[in-house]
Design a protein around this ligand. Structure first.
Ligand SMILES: Cc1cc2nc3c(=O)[nH]c(=O)nc-3n(C[C@H](O)[C@H](O)[C@H](O)COP(=O)(O)OP(=O)(O)OC[C@H]3O[C@@H](n4cnc5c(N)ncnc54)[C@H](O)[C@@H]3O)c2cc1C
Length: 360
């Protein structure tokens, strides 16, 4: 008897969730990963790469290094039908099973070597500046301020945030402790203000805030967060599966609601929990198991359910040794939470999970 045809699995998005599920499923069908870049970038290691560009050598991982048995298409998905994905260049990619993991999007270079050059030039910009303005007090802005304050304590760092407290995705205790830590490192923090970036195009080093204050800085970094990458779904068969914030509505098995063969995982989903990479990995693991059941024609009632746990953990690094951690029962700052994340930023661990050496 002839073997049944090998199923076509397509994963859209090669971030945390997409890379993990692609790796798990690569031997279970004809797998294709679609990502606008040739590499997976460990998001929480990116700020260290700006103060130490060689660090990025370990945190930028070519997709082909961990996807040994699948096809990579370096492009953006722009539409979906019941059986095909349309990519930017106009080509269509057929699928039997689809995983959407487009999380957050950003304009980054296609190749790893170009991205490494970008880190190098950001580092040169930091080194050449005596004063630096950081716009945005979420995890990216706070982690960058921490990296610069620790590695370049002589530089004047100003952080402007439009909210009334830093790190609003965490509780007020974490915000307060983080503010105190930054102040103790001579970072000037201005809350409840925005920066008008239009008036810096003339090359002057003066910035005006919404409160009418003037900040002098030799350079600035915009850290206001990457937008959710779901607007491309608006004109597709999944348009009525997007909630008000543009997230994909999934069922307990992580299938897009009402769709038998389309899964969604990671930050793009409407699951009510903190958006964290370790949770994106857990979702990748549940969806991979469920897809394996479907691919071999198994009993759908045996599929696993993704369970949301209360009291998630989040750790925001503050330079090379310290961090602020929100744990289920307490919030801590300093060296002890720093031990969890700040030295290696989970890079060795992430590489190991992808069956790669530590890259040291
Ligand atoms: C500064 C910072 C520190 C953090 N620290 C931690 C931490 O310590 N621990 C933790 O667990 N989490 C942390 N997080 C959160 C974590 O990074 C996210 O939760 C995680 O990246 C979500 O993974 P994802 O795969 O859903 O999305 P992403 O990682 O955003 O990946 C999305 C991928 O999809 C691609 N894409 C977008 N649009 C398209 C398209 N149309 N077609 C094809 N591909 C597309 C993107 O290029 C990208 O590769 C941190 C986040 C930040 C910003």
């Amino acid at each position: 008897m002839a073997n049944p045809p090998v199923k076509k699995i397509v994963v859209i998005g090669g971030g945390v969730a997409g890379s993990y599920i692609a790796k798990s499923l690569q031997f279970h069908g004809n797998l294709t990963l679609i990502d606008p870049k040739e590499y997976f970038e460990i998001p929480w290691a990116s700020l260290r790469g700006m103060v130490e560009p060689s660090f990025a050598e370990r945190s930028l991982i070519q997709h082909k290094d961990y996807l040994t048995a699948s096809r990579l298409i370096v492009s953006n998905a722009i539409s979906i039908t019941d059986s095909e994905i349309l990519i930017l260049e106009g080509r269509t990619i057929p699928y039997d099973y689809l995983v959407i993991a487009t999380g957050h999007g950003d304009q980054v270079p296609k190749t790893r070597s170009e991205r490494l050059k970008q880190y190098q030039s950001e580092n040169e910009k930091i080194k050449a500046s005596q004063s630096i303005l950081i716009v945005g007090g979420g995890p990216t802005g706070v982690e960058l301020a921490g990296e610069i304050a620790v590695d370049f304590p002589e530089k004047k760092v100003t952080l402007v945030h439009k909210g009334y407290r830093l790190l609003e995705f965490l509780g007020p205790k974490a915000s307060k402790k983080t503010l105190e830590w930054l102040k103790s490192r001579r970072v000037e923090v201005k809350l409840d203000q925005t920066v008008n970036l239009e008036d810096v195009s003339d090359g002057s080093n003066r910035y005006t805030t919404s409160a009418g204050e003037t900040i002098r800085a030799d350079c600035h970094f915009i850290c206001t967060g990457k937008p959710l990458a779901s607007s491309w779904l608006k004109g597709t068969i999944l348009r009525d599966r997007l909630d008000k914030s543009g997230r994909l509505i999934v069922d307990e098995n992580l299938r897009v609601k009402g769709r038998n063969n389309i899964f969604a995982i990671g930050d793009i989903t409407n699951i009510k929990e903190m958006k964290q990479g370790y949770l994106a990995k857990k979702q990748a693991s549940v969806a991979a198991k469920n897809l394996q059941i479907l691919i071999r024609g198994g009993d759908e009632s045996k599929m696993s359910c993704y369970k949301v746990k209360s009291g998630n953990t989040a750790v925001v690094s503050l330079g090379r040794h310290d961090a602020v951690a929100q744990l289920p029962l307490t919030t801590m700052i300093g060296l002890i939470p720093g031990l969890i994340k700040s030295k290696d930023l989970f890079v060795g661990k992430t590489r190991k999970e992808l069956d790669l050496d530590s890259g040291d």
